[in-house]
Write a protein that binds this ligand. Structure first.
Ligand SMILES: [Zn+2]
Length: 225
């Protein structure tokens, strides 16, 4: 799956996979994109900032390219825009360029970040689907969903939630204990195990942006395989 589209800031929305048919990509419906500048932001521009900057909120639709599908995804969030002027010697005219950046906070229904493994049980599938939407609004909550997915995956692989730990025989095993047990029972999957450990860590560490890029690495590196 295309990596560069899963970013916090986007210049366009083309290339996201369709959440319905999953076979085709979504395209921006340009006429349905609305950009509005709140009054207080517009005042700020007039009072202080030089140049032609604009900042505001946007909403719009992405449509599935497959005619048999036609799914619509609503997107919304913040945007920034800057206008550049360049003198064209040939036409002897001033040409304007607009550099626009979108920061989506909502995508509904959310495009799937990965192809969900067919063998994954229903509850884990449900949690993965919830994580798709949270990626945009709350990467920390997305991380927590993925931790749940990892716990469920370990259940599915037959790794117990209770076992021997130190002096105790039936202690509650945390995610890391369970991953260690998996490592011993199924050797040779160090890369995958490290990815799982990373999910265990990511809920409590890192900035939002770093957390999101780390999450995506894990989701693609392991859960997609
Ligand atoms: Zn579709």
């Amino acid at each position: 799956m295309e990596r560069k589209i899963w970013k916090r800031s986007l210049s366009s929305f083309s290339g996201f996979p369709c959440p319905r048919c999953r076979k085709s990509n979504l395209s921006m419906v340009a006429k349905d994109f609305i950009r509005v500048v709140p009054k207080y932001m517009a005042q700020g521009i007039e009072q202080g900032l030089e140049g032609e900057w604009e900042q505001g909120r946007f909403s719009g639709f992405l449509k599935c390219n497959a005619t048999f599908c036609g799914e619509l995804v609503v997107v919304a969030g913040d945007y920034w825009e800057r206008e550049f002027h360049q003198y064209d010697e040939t036409t002897q005219e001033d040409v304007a360029f607009t550099d626009r950046t979108y920061s989506p906070q909502i995508m509904h229904p959310p495009p799937p970040i990965i192809n969900i493994p067919r063998k994954l049980r229903a509850e884990a599938v449900k949690q993965i689907k919830l994580s798709f939407g949270l990626l945009w609004s709350d990467p920390g909550a997305c991380a927590n969903r993925l931790r749940i997915v990892v716990e469920l995956l370990l259940d599915q692989l037959g790794i117990e939630r209770e076992g021997e730990k130190g002096r105790r025989k039936n202690a509650r095993l945390d995610l890391f204990d369970r991953i260690e047990i998996l490592g011993k029972s199924k050797p040779g999957h160090e890369k995958a195990l490290n990815a799982l450990r990373y999910v265990g860590n990511v809920g409590s560490q890192g900035s939002g942006r770093r957390r999101r890029s780390g999450l995506l690495r894990v989701v693609r590196g392991y859960l997609a395989s």
